[in-house]
Write a protein that binds this ligand. Structure first.
Ligand code: FNR
Length: 342
């Protein structure tokens, strides 16, 4: 199968198989406040991702690249929406474009459409320092995402089978690259152990990429003869993973993603400790099924609704929302008990 066909299949399968699972946010409730002492006009949505200042606490997470004209059009529209709404946007994995310059246009269109916006480059943890520099240069990126996707690779018939020394490569890139590094999962979540190891390696921004949305085991299983279906339910739900990541890691910038589909889930993710929230599959679905204008409208609605939620909670800014009182119940509560995390 050609790479470009595989990329397009990913998009189709992501739309068909994703967005069904439990992301853990049903177990999180805000404590209503009858005297919030605030006003809609006073709410400030600014946040920081590491040292990068963002006017919004949401971003478009890494999706696509390579794959020809269809993916160029998708990336152009994602970049336009990001520019129009002032939110950061990540490109998909650039490894193929580093090896074949014909693939570069699908990534570079993002910088072309959004010359001044925050753009994140993207590579896997197999990347070398030289490849990391080249990926950043290709899109004049403001940060580099390094994705960890062991379960996806194992499920992929032609995927990697050797995951040794990833942490050492990440450490080297973190020490030498001129832009910040964001280490992310792709829908299986990150444990406290993984996050602490990354912090010890000098990483200061983590995107938990939790379970509950786009499911790369299901996507890759669509292309297998004998299914590895045990991986379909594998992973740490996003709400749980935010708490795992945040515990004993107060200095880190934590980004939440994985199955986030609404302003309420965004607010809950921030109240659990996230500094910003990424969405991939949901934005792709809106773009492909309803078009560019619908995507733009959706991002504007999300911003407006977040302002309402923060007003009701009496949280004037993202740091105050991070401290909003909440109740954790059900499976997330059980998980944290078992893990001795309070
Ligand atoms: C992705 N994702 C992804 N991540 C990454 O780091 N590099 C990549 O190239 C891709 N490619 C990709 C393609 C498509 C079609 C989708 C839907 C997703 C993963 C993405 O960034 C995110 O981590 C997961 O999709 C979980 O978030 P959602 O989709 O549940 O919001």
């Amino acid at each position: 199968m050609s790479r470009s066909k595989r990329k397009w299949d990913h998009i189709q399968y992501a739309l068909a198989t994703g967005q069904r699972m439990q992301n853990g946010f049903d177990c999180i409730s805000f404590v209503h406040q009858s005297l919030p002492n605030t006003a809609v006009a006073e709410i400030d949505l600014h946040t920081k991702i590491g040292e990068l200042t963002c006017s919004s606490p949401i971003f478009i997470n890494a999706m696509t690249g390579g794959g020809g004209q269809k993916t160029i059009d998708i990336n152009r529209n994602l970049a336009r929406a990001a520019k129009e709404t002032g939110i950061p946007v990540a490109v998909g994995s650039q490894m193929a474009a580093l090896k074949d310059s014909a693939e570069r246009a699908t990534y570079q269109v993002v910088r072309k459409e959004n010359p001044k916006g925050l753009i994140f480059a993207n590579l896997g943890s197999e990347a070398t320092l030289e490849q990391a520099r080249a990926a950043v240069d290709m899109v004049e990126a403001n940060a580099l995402q390094i994705h960890l996707n062991v379960v996806q690779e194992l499920t992929m018939p032609e995927g990697d089978r050797d995951f040794r020394a990833a942490l050492q490569r990440i450490e080297k890139i973190t020490q030498s690259l001129e832009v910040p590094i964001i280490v992310k999962e792709v829908g299986f979540g990150m444990s406290n152990e993984a996050v602490s190891a990354l912090r010890s390696a000098g990483v200061s921004i983590i995107d938990v990429g939790g379970f509950g949305g786009t499911n790369f085991s299901r996507i890759e299983n669509e292309r297998r003869e004998r299914l590895l279906s045990f991986f379909d339910e594998w992973g740490i739900p996003t709400a749980t993973s935010i708490i795992e990541a945040r515990t004993n890691n107060e200095s880190l910038s934590i980004l939440a993603s994985g199955g986030i589909r609404s302003s309420l889930e965004i607010a809950k993710a921030i109240a659990l400790g996230a500094d910003s929230v990424g969405m991939a599959g949901y934005f792709l679905k809106v773009l492909i099924e309803e078009g560019y204008e619908a995507l733009l409208e959706e991002i504007h609605y999300i911003h407006d609704e977040l302002i309402f939620i923060m007003t009701a909670l009496g949280a004037q800014n993202i740091s105050q929302l991070k401290k909003a009182p909440l109740i954790i119940s059900g499976e997330v509560h059980h998980w944290l008990n078992e893990r001795n995390i309070n």
